[in-house]
Design a protein around this ligand. Structure first.
Ligand SMILES: NC(=O)c1ccc[n+]([C@@H]2O[C@H](COP(=O)([O-])OP(=O)(O)OC[C@H]3O[C@@H](n4cnc5c(N)ncnc54)[C@H](OP(=O)(O)O)[C@@H]3O)[C@@H](O)[C@H]2O)c1
Length: 287
């Protein structure tokens, strides 16, 4: 089995490459400078040359707020780029995993979102990621679409790293408490994606760490585990202005994982403690 990974310079792509390496699977991890996914000729050349059996597509333009004023760029990478990869997968007969997002949903519903709930994105990033899902579905008869949320991993910027940094200088801060979802530790997700490509259990999945929380609860748990005395004040989304609106309910049902024979990921608090250990190890000199 040979696996091509996009977004290898990002959080998830990095951890997927580490997992493939650990398993002794031949892989090619690509960054945007090695393979700009928006360039169909480059995608075709790289894919034909490496000839993968599977593509784990982690690359995306993930700048959620910037996307509001740069819809063209967001769609170019997230829709056209994903379309290019789906075409390459079809031509090679390779499996494709497209990593998507909770932001394909509006978050206005009260219920937990099932894999077949109706997408209705409320920001440009979510619309571009949904367009990527649709491109994959239009081109391929069989595909994996894996929606994740609130990702954090060692190789990139994320909420946990921001809170760790803020805890060095602040003893008080305000965090949004009316957006509820699930954090996803990319190091926990990577083995699941590597398991998936070994199967033919195609379909749409939701894959996050177990349990739900608000950003406020997430921040409080980060400081608790860090043993830092930072007072966290809950605020509503309207008090924290951002260019892009975020869904208030990002709770995703993971039942399709179980019904297809995959294990759920560990609880987010457990994931957080392992991430903090990984982060602190990484910070030690000579590492
Ligand atoms: N981060 C989250 O909270 C979150 C939540 C839900 C879903 N997701 C989805 O999960 C996946 C992985 O996210 P992540 O957090 O690992 O993202 P990330 O850290 O931002 O990494 C994304 C990578 O995509 C690459 N990329 C951007 N434009 C590209 C292009 N034109 N050609 C090739 N590569 C390009 C970037 O590479 P360069 O740096 O080389 O440009 C970047 O390293 C994405 O599909 C994302 O939409 C993320």
């Amino acid at each position: 089995m040979k696996v091509l990974v996009t977004g290898a310079g990002g959080q998830l792509g990095h951890d997927v490459c580490c997992e493939l390496k650990k398993r002794g699977i031949t892989y090619l991890g690509t960054t945007s400078s090695q393979m700009n996914i928006a360039d169909s000729t480059v995608v075709q050349t790289v894919c034909e040359t490496f000839s993968p059996d599977a593509i784990i597509h982690c690359a995306a333009w993930t700048a959620v707020d910037l996307a509001e004023a740069n819809a063209e760029k967001a769609f170019l990478v997230n829709k056209t780029g994903s379309r290019n990869l789906a075409i390459a997968a079809k031509n090679l007969g390779a499996k494709l995993i497209y990593v998507s997002t909770d932001y394909v949903f509006s978050g206005r519903e009260e219920e937990i979102y099932e894999v077949d709930s109706k997408p209705d994105p409320i920001n440009v990033y979510g619309k571009s990621k949904l367009a990527g899902e649709q491109a994959v579905q239009d081109i391929l008869d069989h595909y994996f679409i894996v929606r994740i949320s609130w990702a954090f991993g060692i190789n990139g910027n994320n909420f946990v790293k921001s809170m760790i940094r803020l805890s060095e200088t602040r003893n008080e801060l305000s965090v949004v408490s009316d957006q509820i979802g699930s954090p996803t530790y990319t190091r926990d997700l990577a083995p699941l994606l590597c398991d998936m490509i070994e199967t033919n259990a195609y379909g749409i999945y939701h894959a996050t760490n177990e349990g739900y929380c608000s950003w406020y609860e997430f921040a409080k748990e980060i400081f608790l585990q860090l043993k830092k005395e930072v007072v966290v004040h809950p605020i509503v989304s309207e008090e924290y202005e951002t260019a892009a609106q975020r869904p208030k309910n990002s709770r995703l049902s993971k039942e399709s994982l179980i019904s297809n024979g995959f294990a759920k990921l560990p609880h987010w608090k457990d994931a957080l403690s392992r991430f903090i250990a990984e982060y602190q190890n990484n910070m030690e000199p000579n590492q």
